[in-house]
Write a protein that binds this ligand. Structure first.
Ligand code: C2E
Ligand code: MG
Ligand code: MG
Ligand code: MG
Length: 280
């Protein structure tokens, strides 16, 4: 009896696994069509400077208009794109679209920085610097207004290549931000070794700021460290006024989160900026 029960459990497990596998394979096929068919769109989430009380940046976040499934968030496809290598094509499209948009904003005297997420595979592709250089040149971007975001774990995958690339980007003037700071499996050695311009505190430390003594101490320590190292700092996932107040009182530079706005389509983003500017 025990044996047959176990056998059944394995069967159930296998069919669940098989379904997940089939689903991933389908997404991968759909992604190929999505790249060709331009089914992606960048949404922009505002970043607020807590001292200036003004919006000074945007993070580009990819959305996929899937022909059957509707709007898909990156959680549904970025890992699959990464594993299959399709991320290189998607990432190139993202970079180009973000730079094109930044150029438009700059031409309209909208002075905000553009944050673009890059994945490990894209970061270490060997062509990222050339691509960034070409875009900055072609779109006549102020290099400091472009900031690439990568997680600490991904950055540390290949320390030698990372060292070269980080230095090249820094020489060009393009910023490098550590995304989801505090959640990776890495030492903080890279803060010594690489020219990092910004840390983004992961939202898991922000969400329980008002109830967790530990999170408060960790966030205070990160703020003190970033300030001592002269690294800019953004708190991710700010959802309440209390969280903002804590961050402002501890002199955290910037905040991003649903308290201000989710990621918006480009036209909504412009309206958002206009409305906020009118209030101040
Ligand atoms: P991320 O870079 O850490 O981006 C922040 C994520 O948190 C976004 O999710 C954003 O919508 C969400 N978020 C922002 N404020 C709040 C808040 O107050 N509360 C909560 N609960 N969530 C908030 P999204 O857009 O689903 O993106 C998820 C992740 O996908 C991103 O995390 C990033 O790692 C990745 N991603 C997004 N766009 C791209 C892209 O173009 N290329 C690559 N390689 N990865 C991307
Ligand atoms: Mg990010
Ligand atoms: Mg991330
Ligand atoms: Mg993040």
């Amino acid at each position: 009896y025990a044996k047959s029960k176990q056998g059944r459990a394995i069967q159930v497990f296998n069919s669940a696994l098989l379904n997940a596998f089939k689903e991933d394979a389908q997404i991968e096929r759909d992604l190929v069509a999505a790249i060709k068919g331009r089914q992606f769109e960048l949404y922009y989430q505002p970043l607020k400077d807590l001292k200036k009380q003004a919006y000074i940046g945007a993070e580009a976040l990819i959305r996929w208009h899937h022909p059957k499934k509707g709007v898909l968030y990156p959680g549904a496809f970025i890992d699959i794109a990464e594993q299959s290598g399709l991320i290189n094509d998607i990432g190139s499209w993202v970079l180009e679209a973000a730079c094109k948009q930044l150029n438009l904003w700059q031409r309209h005297q909208i002075d905000i920085s553009m944050h673009v997420n890059v994945s490990a595979r894209q970061f270490f592709s060997g062509s990222l610097f050339e691509q960034v250089w070409e875009l900055v040149t072609r779109y006549r971007l102020k290099p400091h207004s472009l900031i690439l975001e990568i997680t600490e774990t991904e950055l540390m995958e290949d320390i030698r290549s990372a060292t070269n690339l980080c230095n090249e980007l820094a020489d060009l003037g393009v910023g490098l931000a550590i995304d989801d700071f505090g959640t990776g499996y890495s030492s903080m050695r890279y803060l010594k070794q690489f020219p990092i311009s910004k840390l983004k505190i992961d939202r898991s430390f922000i969400s329980d700021l008002t109830v967790s003594h530990e999170s408060r101490e960790i966030v205070s320590a990160i703020i003190a460290m970033a300030s001592a190292l002269n690294i800019s700092l953004t708190a991710e996932g700010v959802e309440t006024k209390e969280q903002e107040l804590f961050l402002a009182q501890h002199f955290c530079h910037q905040a991003q989160g649903f308290l201000y706005s989710p990621a918006l389509r480009v036209s909504e983003f412009s309206d958002f900026l206009t409305n906020k500017a009118a209030i101040h």
